[in-house]
Ligand binder design. Structure first.
Ligand SMILES: Nc1ncnc2c1ncn2[C@@H]1O[C@H](COP(=O)(O)OP(=O)(O)OP(=O)(O)O)[C@@H](O)[C@H]1O
Ligand SMILES: [Mg+2]
Length: 210
């Protein structure tokens, strides 16, 4: 089953056409890799898929439903795009509980579970302002997975992670896939792409290549 369908999507910024009639699909319960040079449009494409950006033309369907201004279909989607903002004077648990309560879909136990899954401790009272880059990245991953989304958009999720962190997150992403999650993964790391992805798309010159 195709869970994400991108059809003829174009997106320009002033005179620069970043996405030029891009079409591709992602099968449910797969990990799909997105590669391409700096500035090739990976992040812009992900932002279009989750509804942060509106394409100039073309269509995006999530689970068969059209993504557009009138209806946000990205409800059950976990996202890491660029560095997420956190409350600097709160702990990891404090931050994610705050976000969870804003949406009202999950409670304390799910928040704690996600923090553990990302390799942090819900009992650690350290404030986020004292976090290293890798710890922040792990917290971003915890945030993305805490509501148990069935689609994850991961833009360079391994940024700042040490070797153990990378190994842990590879295991986590593969186990999420085994449990029915579909992942779109943008990465410059060929090893992550080779180990994790069922198929890979490359963006170059605004076009997508298989
Ligand atoms: N909001 C914006 N306004 C204007 N130009 C933008 C905007 N967002 C992205 N761009 C441009 O779109 C192009 C693609 O950017 P994008 O961030 O998608 O690249 P990328 O493939 O994710 O690169 P990287 O590998 O460095 O993350 C770049 O030329 C960028 O300058
Ligand atoms: Mg990018």
């Amino acid at each position: 089953m195709k869970i994400i369908e991108v059809e003829n999507v174009s997106k320009s910024f002033s005179d620069r056409k970043v996405l030029d009639s891009v079409s591709f699909t992602i099968e449910k319960e797969t990990i799909c890799g997105l590669i391409g040079r700096n500035g090739s449009g990976k992040t812009v494409l992900m932002k279009c898929i989750c509804g942060f950006l509106t394409p100039d033309s073309g269509s995006i369907r999530i689970r068969g439903r059209l993504q557009n201004r009138k209806q946000d279909v990205s409800g059950n989607m976990g996202i890491i795009i660029e560095s997420p903002g956190f409350l600097e004077n709160e702990s990891a648990y404090g931050n994610l509980l705050y976000l969870a309560r804003l949406r009202g879909l999950i409670g304390k136990s799910e928040v704690k579970e996600a923090i553990r899954q990302a390799g942090l401790s819900p009992d650690d009272h350290k404030k986020v302002k004292k976090y290293s880059m890798g710890m922040r990245q792990r917290l971003g991953i915890a945030q993305a997975i805490m509501e148990k989304p069935d689609i994850l958009l991961l833009d360079e999720p391994m940024n700042g992670l040490d070797e153990q962190g990378v190994t842990d997150m590879r295991t986590l992403f593969l186990s999420l896939k085994e449990n029915g999650v579909t992942i779109l993964l943008a990465s410059h790391n060929t090893e992550d792409i080779a180990l994790l992805c069922d198929n890979v798309y490359r963006i170059d010159g605004g076009k997508i290549h298989i």
